[in-house]
Design a protein around this ligand. Structure first.
Ligand SMILES: C[S@@+](CC[C@H](N)C(=O)[O-])C[C@H]1O[C@@H](n2cnc3c(N)ncnc32)[C@H](O)[C@@H]1O
Length: 470
């Protein structure tokens, strides 16, 4: 390791930035954000610098650089984009032993400017020793994605309890064990979810607990996994999967998504029992409760969004009734995920102003659907769990006035490599479904289907078209 990383306290220190363009402004503002007193020397400062100076964030000296400018500075940054001037600034700083960074010229630097992940007070700095700044930025982006946005709040929360933990856990190892458990545990999850008051109460209860060996209560995250493509997981879902002790998942959650989960997490598939029956809902509820009460961090992973035909509401209410902390993490629902994959805009000016999302599953009261409303022109209808009812859906819509030629699409295994998009007129809906392969299927009915990527550019919509998409 040639460059030693360190974190410098710049609060109230004088620093100098030379240069008048965007790079100089960015550096100057980061330094100002650390509490440094920033002076900028630039013959032609750009607007951003002038605005920052007017706002009192830095002092601007619109004149040529002089060697004496570096005197008394804690550090100097040169971002002039002029090789000769950068070299002069570097020479002046080195001659006075003032640390110098020159943007994009590692040979002129005595310190390097890292790619920064700022979760103040937690800071991550990545540096490639000047060899590959783009690589350092890409590593930074990955770390950014891994770290919750409000990690700083968690650090401050922990700090506010440090003295109390020190007083109640006398030995060093006991304290370390406590903090290790804390940062992976439910109280931290509650802070990250924004419920700092609840977390504080819980933390106090934990600190004052007599039996410190008894398990703390866990937490359940109802997490939407999206329609199937792992790239459509939210950052939050990804992070929770990587921290879960137990993952209770549906049948539709494929191995490609579970690959992102913590290796040693228990995975429980409640979609299918050995005899091919789904685990009844009350048993799923009890299972979640049991694991949460054992102090485990439970992720209840559901296809799409937990609150869209996902029974997430029932699970949440059951757990809350039993005093378990629950957080819901939304996911991309099948309608939006499949529509994007098929290139169908679900609403479109002048074509579709209303989007209806319904289920045609008999148990969910298909007969109670408001068919006259659903059949109106200018609406897009997305039907979940409608494969078995396709014939009836088409009949009801046509009966209530929808044109039999209205374009319809069936998207099977949407967003997955085996995705199929089948399209045709509404009157052919059952036949279209008959041609589809196995897998979850979403029906979309409406004029906007004509805009599907596969139809775009052809004047006459094909009667039936099959498009496999990767
Ligand atoms: C029990 S519902 C769950 C819906 C889920 N909560 C959501 O928000 O997408 C299952 C139905 O969603 C639809 N679905 C889910 N994933 C799909 C996919 N990848 N492709 C097509 N349809 C899908 C199908 O209609 C399937 O029968």
């Amino acid at each position: 390791m040639r460059h030693f990383p360190l974190f410098l306290d710049l609060h109230g220190r004088d620093v100098l930035v030379v240069g008048g363009g965007g790079a100089a402004a960015r550096k100057a503002l980061v330094l100002a954000g650390c509490g440094a007193r920033v002076s900028v020397v630039a013959e032609r400062p750009d607007e951003e610098l002038i605005e920052a100076a007017v706002g009192g964030r830095l002092r601007l000296h619109p004149r040529p650089f002089a060697d004496a400018d570096v005197e008394g500075r804690t550090l100097v940054v040169s971002a002039t984009e002029e090789a000769g001037l950068d070299a002069s600034v570097s020479a002046a700083a080195r001659a006075r032993d003032v640390p110098i960074n020159v943007v994009d010229r590692p040979a002129l630097c005595t310190f390097l400017w890292p790619a920064i992940v700022d979760r103040d007070p937690l800071t991550v700095a990545v540096c490639s020793g000047g060899a590959a700044p783009v690589l350092a930025r890409s590593v930074r982006a990955r770390i950014e994605a891994m770290l919750p946005a409000n990690l700083g709040r968690l650090a401050r929360f922990a700090d506010s309890f440090r003295a109390a933990i020190k007083a109640t856990r006398i030995s060093g190892p006991a304290r370390r064990r406590f903090w290790e458990g804390f940062f992976e545990g439910p109280v931290a999850a509650q802070v990250l979810a924004g419920d700092e008051r609840g977390a504080r109460e819980r933390m106090l209860a934990t600190i004052n607990r007599r039996d410190q060996a008894a398990p703390e209560e866990g937490i359940v995250h109802l997490v939407g996994a999206g329609p199937g493509d792992p790239e459509l997981l939210t950052l939050k879902a990804l992070r929770l999967l990587q921290h879960a002790d137990v993952i209770v998942h549906d049948r539709l959650i494929g191995p490609r998504i579970l690959d992102y989960a913590r290796r040693d997490a228990d995975r429980i598939n409640v979609g299918k029992m050995p005899g091919s029956h789904a685990v009844p809902q009350d048993q799923i509820n009890t299972l979640l409760l049991r694991h949460a009460r054992a102090g485990r961090h439970v992720v209840r992973l559901k296809g799409g969004d937990p609150f869209v035909f996902g029974r997430g509401g029932e699970e949440r209410d059951f757990l809350l009734r039993h005093g378990i902390h629950v957080e819901v993490v939304p996911g991309i629902t099948a309608a939006t995920g499949c529509a994007a994959a098929a290139g169908i805009p679900l609403t479109l000016r002048g074509e579709a102003q209303t989007l209806n999302i319904v289920t045609a599953h008999a148990e969910n009261g298909e007969s109670e659907l408001d068919w006259p409303a659903l059949a109106r022109v200018g609406r897009t209808l997305c039907v979940y769990m409608g494969a078995a009812a396709a014939q009836r859906i088409a009949e009801r819509l046509i009966e209530h006035g929808r044109d039999p030629e209205t374009p319809a699409a069936v998207i099977v295994n949407g967003t997955l490599p085996e995705q199929q998009i089948l399209t045709g007129p509404l009157r052919e809906l059952a036949a279209i479904l008959g041609d589809a392969g196995a897998g979850p299927a979403l029906i979309v009915v409406g004029e906007v289907v004509r805009r599907a990527a596969a139809w775009a550019g052809s004047a006459e919509p094909p009667r039936l078209m099959v498009a496999a998409v990767n």
